[in-house]
Ligand binder design. Structure first.
Ligand SMILES: [Zn+2]
Ligand SMILES: [Zn+2]
Length: 255
């Protein structure tokens, strides 16, 4: 289900960081304790903070136990920030999910990754061309939207983790998705109650695609959220983010 109202105002969207990693993600800095994240979010005027620690098949992380631990901890932290305890869950193949349905439904925010191709557990397409990967992504999302699992799609279509591809090939994956395919799958996500993340590292990097993603999403009428994929406190609410996202949404790349 949608956790934020639908808007295309980037100044508003950046006030809700819907993709952050705490110390329960091995890749996050030790400073990313729940309390420190909340305090920084307050200082920066964030309205919503979604904690989305990794939950991948084969990891040793107990997503449900961590969720209960944080929910308990939240009872002793007073804050005006709306804190959602979610997870970055995995749709690691067509119809393949890392957590049982009941765990997914217990979370405040079930954000699904479909592109962690760098992990051993991830399913790859038979056709290993850029188009083969794009088609695989669409099939994984299509299957996911036939369930009611996803509240959000984390870094949608990001080719960043396709380390076997050159930068040109990564762009070719994105370019091989037609406008019609993009519109259809985004509408399908909307109907399934899933928002689409404007994942800032991806959005600012692959701007030809960002422009299509943002405009087509708006035409179709999807819900967007913004996430910075913060692994350190400084990345929770970067200065000038809305402006840079606006430029990227117009297809401009600002380094
Ligand atoms: Zn991820
Ligand atoms: Zn992440």
């Amino acid at each position: 289900m949608f956790v934020l109202e639908r808007t295309y105002d980037l100044d508003e969207l950046v006030r809700h960081n819907m993709h952050t990693h705490s110390v329960f993600s091995l890749c996050a800095k030790p400073e990313m304790t729940l309390e420190a994240m909340i305090r920084r979010a307050e200082e920066k005027g964030l309205k919503t903070l979604a904690v989305t620690d990794h939950s991948d098949p084969g990891d040793d992380i107990d997503t449900y136990a961590n969720f209960l631990f944080y929910k308990e901890k939240l009872r002793s932290i007073e804050t005006p920030v709306r804190v959602l305890i979610g997870a970055e869950l995995s749709a690691y193949g067509v119809g393949r999910y890392g957590e049982p349905y009941e765990v997914d439904k217990a979370l405040d925010f079930a954000s699904y990754s479909h592109v962690h191709y760098h992990l051993d557990s991830w399913e790859h397409p038979e056709d290993r061309s850029p188009r083969g990967y794009a088609a695989h992504e669409l099939a994984v999302l299509d299957a996911l939207f036939a369930t009611s699992r996803a509240d959000n799609i984390a870094h949608p279509f990001s080719p960043a983790k396709m380390h076997f591809f050159s930068e040109d090939e990564k762009n070719a994956v994105l370019a091989s998705i037609t406008d019609n395919e993009l519109g259809d799958i985004m509408l399908r996500g909307e109907r399934a109650g899933a928002s689409w993340e404007i994942h800032t590292p991806t959005f600012l990097r692959f701007t030809d695609f960002s422009k299509r993603f943002f405009n087509i999403g708006r035409e179709v009428g999807v819900h967007f959220v913004v996430g910075t994929d913060a692994h350190r406190l400084d990345a929770l609410a970067p200065e000038g983010l809305a402006e840079r996202l606006r430029a990227a949404a117009a297809g401009k790349r600002i380094v």
